[in-house]
Design a protein around this ligand. Sequence first.
Ligand code: ATP
Length: 220
Amino acid sequence: MIRLSNVHKSYLSGGKPLHVLKGIDLHIHPGEFVAIMGHSGSGKSTLLNILGLLDQHDTGEYWLDNVRVHRLSEAQAARFRNRCLGFVFQSFHLVAFKNALENVTLPLYYQKVRRKDRKRLGLEYLEKVGLRDRAGHFPTQLSGGEQQRVAIARALITHPKVILADEPTGALDSKTSYDVMELFQTINRSGITMIIVTHESDIAAMAGRIIRIHDGVIQG
Ligand SMILES: Nc1ncnc2c1ncn2[C@@H]1O[C@H](COP(=O)(O)OP(=O)(O)OP(=O)(O)O)[C@@H](O)[C@H]1O
């Protein structure tokens, strides 16, 4: 599903180049559940942003779903993301003035799906994450775990092949974190490739494979 070969990425930091990824080699097979770990500043989010086509690597090869993705235009990257990828973030990224149903169906709105179909599908996906009865609630009326479930339903509604999650349990207590990871395991069993970044080793242990990044390279 994903193959990186000798991927490098630098940022300009205070006018000087900061070499963050120093030759990443990585294979992730379809249907895998991978956790990326590493100390703060090791390049985990940089790697996830590159995997998610939110940022571009400098050199090296990146193959996603059998396509060599390098130097895509903004529009090409956006099309690829919509077709193939779903995102979940630590801070949920829900729209505050939209209710749970409207948040979940937002990607369908941009895909110009009819209102009636959006509602039907939105309720179906809220059901999948156990929140059908919260459809009319706004983010402030939901717990952190519920907000993350809404965000997960929103990521799922476009049928992504891969879900990328950056510290998805970082803002949740441990019980809620386990519940979210169990939901990810269920999603993964349906065939979706899962890639999460986490600091927490007990959370990472719930994935199928742990990848450790240290000083810009993958260990082991
Ligand atoms: N847009 C940017 N411009 C300049 N430097 C950046 C940029 N993004 C990240 N960096 C730097 O690159 C390094 C790696 O950052 P990254 O966010 O990938 O680390 P991380 O492993 O995800 O860290 P954390 O666990 O603290 O979130 C850090 O030193 C960071 O300051």
